[in-house]
Each structure stands twice: as structure tokens, then as C-alpha cells.
Design a protein around this ligand. Sequence first.
Ligand code: GLU
Length: 610
Amino acid sequence: MTNSLISIVAISPIQDYLQTLIARFSGLSEGEVADYIPELKLANPDWFGICIATQDGHIYEVGDSQQHFTIQSVSKPLTYGRALEQHGEAAVLKKIGIEPSGDAFNAISLHPTSGTPLNPLINAGAIAACSLIPGDSMQEKSAVILETFSRYAGRALDIDHTVYQSESDTGHRNRAIGWMLRNFSVIECDPTATLEAYFQQCAIRVTCRDLAIMGATLANGGLNPITGKRAIPEKYVANVLSVMATCGMYDASGEWLYDTGMPAKSGVGGGIMAVLPGRLGIAVFSPRLDQQGNSVRGLATCQALADDLELHMFGASQPAIPAIRRATSRKSVKSNLRRTQAANDYLLRVGKKLRVYQLHGALTFASIEPVARTMADESAQTEVFIVNLRLVHRIDRASVNILAELRRDLIGTGKLLFFTESGNFWQPLIDAGVDREAFFADDDFALECGENHLLGDRFPNLAWGSETPLEKCDLLLELNPDELALMDRLLFYRNYLKGQNIITAGQASNELFVLTKGSAMVSMATQDGIARFDAFSSGAAFGEVAFLDRSPRSANVTALSPVTCRILTREAFDQLDTLAPAIKIHLLSNLAGRLTTMLRHNGRELASLK
Ligand code: GLU
């Protein structure tokens, strides 16, 4: 069964990555399916599911993530949390300790001096916690537990009665533990109802997806991120996560915490639920267990996740500030390349297809994951993605891989993704497989490239190298053939070599230029090299501002290719007053149109900065 969220988001580097984990670890066939509860033997040893639920409720899931199995010991921290909610910390601590035991999970032992179970995650502590759940009968206690777990999972869970029966029929050892607790007055009445409720608690049916959401609920301070409903008061979340961190993985808890750095709990049904506080719930399900009772593939998968995504809690953790500082589209930002009115109008119309993301801060799995998700969501409407890295000060390995994978996915569907101002981060991105063509010194050139992609061959006159006829040039739009013929005579030709200055700063402004072939740019030297302030392609007019207000030229304009210009001198412009006033009105109106477009664009760009 596929999840609906996933079918909408077709592009997901994280989903792809989880899929690679399935491929990587499905070969692991060591370990045995638990058989001490006869019914558990029936599990298919090859079931394998992985699910990540983010603290804001997004799900990534692969493999048998929707296969039902029994929660078993993963239930223990949740029941402990419910007991804390019911009686408060002090009362619960009197009954159940918080020290790792080093004993088997089902040891018939209590703390030698306090006479209480060592911690809530071995059976003695878990049965004691179950006794603290409100209700006198199995049914009453079970109902409270089921209701609590359902709030964690965000759906109504149920009990696998066959597993419950099988467990109850064979649970003599747990009964012994129950009566021992009764003997030491940890349980103060007949323990039978508690024991049966405990067997039912272990037999609650969940999926890997449920466990991930339960984990995400703990990661989210006790609030289920999907339903928005509270599963446990926030003040007890730390208690629950602490015992998971120290005692959650049977006798491999120390090694687990050392390696993965996440509180977790596993169960003999093959499930593992891990929590990265404030960020994620992670669940893996695969029934083959190692000597300690932990899922073999589950351990390998969690270890890989912790390494690859750098999830270790005690590693260089960074606050998860959202990595997108600003996202804009071609509707409000444009390249400095001056294009013809027609091309500009077109680009403005399709502007949403080009998006620029300004990222900032430290990029870690937690901060890049929502970025990848946003970009994947937007990929249905977007053709060109520009990711600006100027304000990013750290990128970890997980983020580098996610960005590289995202680019591969997008390119695979015919889209473009460019990185700009990547500073020192280009090398790790290249190492992760991003090719050199993806990098631009600044947004301007990336925008130009993206705009060219959007324009495609719709405006063939604009191709570098071909000559634009006068009637297609911005300045001369709307002129009739006679008027065009007159202008053809008035505008003289001047050719430039590539690299030659067409305009030099400080010169008098007696000419207005119409670029009919090639391209040119207005530039200034900055500390990072040459910055382009404006650039023109064939069909554009330039030099109009100083021409109109008669001020000296303020910057250099350089030919970027062999260039042909048609030049309107001030003399010829003045002659039009008497020679052809209608033409002059057209020219002025075209120039005014050009200037208002620029003003409007600057307004939009300024607004997008706010
Ligand atoms: N129902 C199981 C028992 O008490 C739980 C075992 C487990 O998952 O650790 O034996």
C-alpha cells in the first residue's frame, strides 16, 4: 500500500535514500524471529520497513512500512509516561528505578537495597508501570493504554488477540515477576489484572509508520505532529526519553547510544522506535533479532541513518532554524540582462517557473529536509531552481548528499538546479557528484541562464549572433513600414570587436544605441571580480538614460561578442521634431515604456527584499 503523501511528492532525495537502505540491508539474514511467544514465530522474517516522521508531521516511508506487527517492548516507555502523568515523578520513582540493569529484560530481580525494579524498560519495571495505570480490571487498564497509544500514533490502534492469548498462555515468567512485585509491595493488590493488561499492551498492533509517528510525537514535546493532539504532558517527555536513552535497547543500550546517539526502544516483534528530540521519529521494522533481542536489520539501518544523516544527539548539533531565508521567483527577481519587451513580458508571465532560494545558517539533515521537501513540492510548477549559498556557514555531509541527490532527481525530470555564491562549499558538492556547470558566481548569471532556458526557442531573434530586424527592436516598435524605412536611413551602423568598449564612463552622451547583433554589458570592478549591472542582447536599446538627461556616461559598456549597433545621434533625434514628429512620439513612448518597466521591476525586487 502506498501512502498518499508520497505519491504527491514524486521527487524526494530522502525517500530515494531510504530505498537505498532497504537494498543495502535486505541481504542481512542473520538472527532469528522471536519464538518464545509461539504466535510471534509466524512473522515473515524478510519483512523490512523504514519510516521517518519529522517533528512537523512529514512522513518518509519505504518497504513494509505498513505491515502490522505487535508493539511488544516498544510499549514500555509509553506506559511509563502514562504512569508519570497519573501519579507524578516522585511517586513513580518510589516504585520504579531509573538505572540500566545489565540483566536480561525478563530477569526475576529487584534492586538489592530499594527492592524496586531497576528501570521501567525491563519487564519488572514495565509490569510495575502497568500497575500504576488507572483501572482495577484488565479491561479498564487496557482501554487507558490503548487510548494513550492511539494518541501517539494518531489513529485508533487495536490488540492482536491471538498474540495476546499466546503470550498470556505462556507468560509464566512474567507472572512470577508480577507476584514477586506483589511480595515486595511494589504492586499492592493481586497482580493478575495488571499482568493481563501488560500482555495486552505488548500485543497492540502497530506499523512501522505508527512507531515513527509515535517517535515524532516524543520529538515534538508530546504533541502528535499530525493530529495536533497531546499524547503525554510535555514535562514528562524528558523522563521518557532519558530512560529510553539509558535502557531502551536491552543489554546493548550503551553501545547503541554511543553509536547512534538517539533515545530508542526496541521490541521482540522486530520494531525499533528512535527519537531525535526536536527533529524526528525514526522507526525500523524487521523481525529477525540478534542475541540481545534487537532487530538485526533495524540496528544496521539505524546506525547507517545516524552516520549518513549525522543525527547523533551529542555530535555538533545545530539549532534547526529553517534553512530558507527567502524564496522568490522570476516575478520579482530578474537577471541584469536587458531583453526585448516581448521576451520580458513572456518571462514575467511564466515567472513562477524560475525560483530562487536564499538559504542560510547551518545546513543539517533537519534544516535541509524541509528545503528538499519544499523544492520537490514546487517542482510541478518550477523549471529552474537557483539555490544561493552566500549566507550558509556550514553544510554537513547529509545536506551535501541531499542537495546533490535533489539536483540529480530534478535534472532527471528535465529541470535545472544551479548553485550560486557557493564559496568553499562547491568542492564537497562536486565530490558528491554535482557537475561544474551547476555553479555560478552570482544569481545574475544563473538567472540569465535560467531565463534562456524558459525562453527556449520562442524568441529566435534573441539568439546571440543573429541580426534582429529593426521592426523587432524595442525602440522602434509600432512604426509603420515608411517610418521604419526613414529610421533605417537615419540610424548609422557601428561594429565592435568582442571586449571593446562601446561606451566609456565620463563621455558625453550624444548617442542612443540599438543593439542589433551580439551582446554587451555594463560592468564595474568589485572585490570579487567584475559585477554585471546590466547586459543587453540583440533587439535592446541602451544608453537612453544619460541620452535623455544629457548627463555624462556613468559606466563602461563592453561588447561581450562581436557587436553591431544602430546609432541614433542627438542631431538625428532633434531633426525628427520637424521631419517626422509622429516617429519621435513613438520613440519617446517606447523609451518611456522601457523606463517604466525598469521602475516597476525595481519596485518588485525591493518589495521581495522586505
Ligand atoms: N511481551 C514481551 C515479554 O514480556 C515483551 C518482550 C519484548 O519485546 O522485550 O516477554
